[in-house]
Design a protein. Structure first.
Length: 477
C-alpha cells in the first residue's frame, strides 16, 4: 500500500503545471554562470494495471525515475535512480536482465545509472560511469546489447567529423548470485536468479572492446569490432595494461599472452537508403566470430569450435512512423569459454544477444502516429536448442563452460527445442493537458506462447494506464 501511495504522489507531482512545480521544489537550480546548469527531474513514466485474460488476476504496473542532470559547455552528466513494478513475463524478464535488485515481493525492482561525458577537444570525448550500453545499428546486437543491467565503464571516443570514428571501452562485469548462499532457495543453479535482494554478486570479470567505423561513401558505413574478456582472479588481474592501449589489435594481443582470455571479433555494415528527409532508412548486418576453422566449415563437420553468429535487418522510416524487420542466429557455444568465469556475460545475462547461443530469432515491429493517436506493434519468434535437465549441454548458455561439452560436434538448434512467440499491440492517445504536460492514455494486448519439448504454455494479457514516455514493451525472449 505504501508503494502505491508513493507512486500516485509521484505521478501527481509530474502532472503539476510547470510554474507550480518550480515553486514547490528546487527542481532547477541555475548557477551564477548561466552556461552551467544543474537540474533535478522526477519522472513517473508509467502507471497502470495488467490483467491476465486466462485467470483474470490483476496487478499494478509502474515505472518511474529520478535524476540529477548537469550540463556545461564541455561536459554533461546524469545520476539516475530507476524504479519498476513489473506485471507479466516480458516486464519480469526485463527486470531480471536489466535491474540491480528486487524488492521482497519479487515484482518491484530498482537500479542506479550514472554517466559523465567530458569533451576536452572537439574530436575527443571521454565518458565514465555506470550505465546500460549498446553497440550496433539494430534493435538486437551480437556485440553488446542494451538489455543488460548497468555496468561500471570508462570510454574514449574519437570523432573529428571525417570518415573515421573510433571508440575504446573498458567494463567491469559482475558474477552471478550463488543459489547455495541463499537460505531455502530452490531451482536450477545454472540460471537461478534471486527472488529478492541483489540480482548479481561482486565484480568477477573485465571486458575491453573497441570499434572502428569508416564511411566508405555517402551511403555505406563499415565497422570493425573486437573484445576480450578476462577473469580478475580475485583482484590479481583487475588491471591488464596490454588491453588498455587504444587502437591495439585485441585478438593478437590476447594470443600473445597465452590465449587464456576470451577474445571475440566482429564486422558490421550499414547501407543507407532513400532520401534523408523521409526518415532513416537502411539495411544493416553483423558477423560475429568467436572461434572457427575454415576447413571444418567447408567440410560441414559441425565441429563445436565453429562459434559464430549472423544478424541482419531493414529499418524503414517515414514521416509518421517507422518499421523494422530483423533476424539473427548464433551457433552453439558462442560467447562461452573454457571456464564460466571468462564468459561474455554480466551475472547470468548474455552481454550480446539475450538468447545467448544456439538459436534463431526473427522479429517485425513498427509504429505509426496519426494526430494524437500512436500505434505500436511487435512480433517476435525464436527457437533455441536447450538442455532443460542439465545432463547434455547444448551450448545455448554462455555461463556453461565448454569444458562441460559431451560431444565434439554440435548442430545448430541441437538439444530440446525451446520455441517462443510474443505478439504485442499497443494503442495510445495524448491527453489534452497542455503542451507542458505530455501524458498518454494507453491500452496494450500481449499474446505469448512458450514451448519446451512437449510442454507448452500460452498466456494473454491486457495492460492499460497512463504514461509520459513511449511504450516499454519489456523483454521479448
Amino acid at each position: 500500500m505504501r508503494l502505491v501511495l508513493v507512486m500516485i504522489t509521484l505521478w501527481a507531482f509530474a502532472c503539476m503545471p510547470a510554474a507550480l512545480r518550480a515553486q514547490s521544489t528546487v527542481a532547477a537550480v541555475d548557477r551564477a554562470d548561466t552556461t552551467k546548469k544543474v537540474t533535478v527531474d522526477v519522472h513517473p513514466q508509467m502507471l497502470g494495471g495488467a490483467a491476465s485474460l486466462r485467470d483474470r488476476n490483476g496487478v499494478l504496473a509502474f515505472m518511474a525515475s529520478a535524476a540529477v542532470l548537469t550540463k556545461a559547455p564541455n561536459h554533461q552528466g546524469h545520476l539516475t535512480f530507476d524504479l519498476i513494478q513489473s506485471a507479466g513475463t516480458p516486464m519480469l524478464r526485463a527486470v531480471e536482465a536489466g535491474y540491480d535488485r528486487r524488492g521482497n515481493a519479487g515484482r518491484g525492482a530498482s537500479r542506479i545509472r550514472a554517466r559523465w561525458d567530458w569533451t576536452p577537444l572537439s574530436s575527443l570525448t571521454i565518458s565514465l560511469g555506470r550505465d546500460t550500453l549498446h553497440d550496433g545499428w539494430g534493435r538486437r546486437s551480437l556485440f553488446r546489447g542494451r538489455h543488460a543491467a548497468p555496468v561500471p565503464f570508462i570510454e574514449t571516443r574519437l570523432d573529428g567529423g571525417g570518415r573515421l570514428r573510433y571508440r575504446h571501452r573498458i567494463e567491469a562485469l559482475q558474477g552471478s548470485a550463488s543459489i547455495h548462499c541463499a537460505p531455502n532457495a530452490s531451482g536450477d543453479p545454472r540460471f537461478w536468479i534471486p527472488e529478492s535482494g541483489p540480482l548479481r554478486a561482486n565484480i568477477e570479470r573485465m571486458v575491453v572492446s573497441h570499434r572502428l567505423e569508416v564511411d566508405l561513401d555517402r551511403r555505406i558505413t563499415a565497422a570493425l569490432w573486437g573484445a576480450v574478456v578476462w577473469n580478475i582472479e580475485d583482484g590479481t588481474r583487475a588491471f591488464e595494461p596490454h588491453y588498455l592501449l587504444p587502437l591495439t589489435s585485441l585478438r593478437p594481443t590476447e594470443f600473445a599472452q597465452g590465449s587464456s582470455d576470451n577474445a571475440i571479433v566482429g564486422l558490421e555494415g550499414q547501407w543507407r537508403l532513400g532520401a534523408v528527409d523521409q526518415g532513416p532508412r537502411y539495411l544493416y548486418g553483423q558477423l560475429l566470430l568467436d572461434e572457427l576453422l575454415v576447413s571444418e566449415i567447408l567440410g560441414s563437420t559441425g565441429w563445436w569450435g565453429n562459434k559464430y553468429g549472423l544478424l541482419g535487418g531493414l529499418h524503414w522510416g517515414y514521416p509518421r512512423g517507422a518499421w523494422r524487420i530483423e533476424a539473427a542466429g548464433v551457433r552453439p557455444w558462442t560467447y562461452s569459454h573454457y571456464t564460466p568465469t571468462s564468459a561474455y556475460i554480466h551475472g547470468l545475462t548474455p552481454l550480446a544477444h539475450p538468447l545467448g547461443a544456439n538459436f534463431f530469432e526473427g522479429s517485425v515491429e513498427g509504429h505509426i502516429q496519426r494526430n494524437e493517436w500512436t500505434f505500436h506493434g511487435r512480433l517476435t519468434a525464436s527457437q533455441r536448442g536447450d538442455d532443460p535437465i542439465g545432463s547434455a549441454p547444448s551450448g545455448s548458455l554462455p555461463q556453461i563452460g565448454d569444458i562441460d561439452r559431451t560431444e565434439e560436434t554440435y548442430v545448430w538448434l541441437g538439444g530440446t527445442a525451446r520455441q517462443f512467440t510474443l505478439i504485442q499491440l499497443d494503442v495510445s492517445h495524448k491527453l489534452p493537458l497542455g503542451d507542458a504536460n505530455y501524458v498518454q492514455g494507453f491500452v496494450r494486448w500481449e499474446g505469448q506462447r512458450t514451448a519446451v519439448g512437449p510442454q507448452q504454455e500460452n498466456a494473454m494479457r491486457l495492460m492499460f494506464g497512463l504514461r509520459t514516455t513511449g511504450p516499454f514493451l519489456g523483454a521479448d525472449w
